[in-house]
Design a protein around this ligand. Sequence first.
Ligand SMILES: Nc1ncnc2c1ncn2[C@@H]1O[C@H](COP(=O)(O)OP(=O)(O)O)[C@@H](O)[C@H]1O
Ligand SMILES: [Mg+2]
Length: 247
Amino acid sequence: MRALIEFKDVCKYYQMGDTVVKAADGISFQIFEGEFVAIVGQSGSGKSTCMNIIGCLDVPTSGTYLLDGRDVGGMNRDELAEIRNELLGFIFQQYNLLPKLNLAENVEVPMMYAGVPKAERRQRALAALDVVGLREKYKHKPSELSGGQQQRVSIARALVGEPSLILADEPTGALDSRTGREVLAILQDLHRQGHTIVLITHDNSIAVQAQRIIRLEDGHVIYDGPADAPEAVVTPKAAGTGEEAAV
Ligand SMILES: Nc1ncnc2c1ncn2[C@@H]1O[C@H](COP(=O)(O)OP(=O)(O)O)[C@@H](O)[C@H]1O
Ligand SMILES: [Mg+2]
């Protein structure tokens, strides 16, 4: 089976005056179709760096990133935008919904860029809103919804282009814990339906709800394995304090 995502010794270095910051320092992993993976780590561990590379928003300094077998490292801006639109659906902490558009129109936005005809756009938007339980509210504006509902709309918008990979960056970061759990439950449902999901979070209690955890520390992978293994939520630094394990 071919990996959907393959990182081979990926490095991202930043020059800061005289010092080099190694945001990613030799990261390797593969993610296969149908997996639900959380990339987790403390602030500064390299999560956003990995997210930007996986999401084709940035390219590695060295090493190889293959997305669906295609080498992203040598792509220019236009090629990156193209592969992004073709293969990826994004969910962010901020929902980024357009306030003047109703829910159906918001979900239709990516399809407008893709040139999908109007009638088909509406049909697919309503189907995607149905998946997140908001079809009957399709004429409402985002401001009429709760934060959790707005995040569900952004999930519908990520789904509507039938992406190969859903990339969620701290999707529950702006939500209270109960609403956050509801949004996580939707991602788990999507995983059960066969979607491939990569979730970026600093929060162990969120990460353990994925199937597999890749834990970063100082630009390195320090754990890659099942989310339900005891060692999945203990970092070397926190070991002994009990803090990290208390999730
Ligand atoms: N554009 C940049 N310029 C310089 N240093 C950066 C830049 N982006 C990230 N870094 C540094 O790289 C390291 C990893 O950052 P980041 O990937 O944002 O971590 P995280 O998302 O886990 O907090 C940090 O030390 C950060 O300060
Ligand atoms: Mg970050």
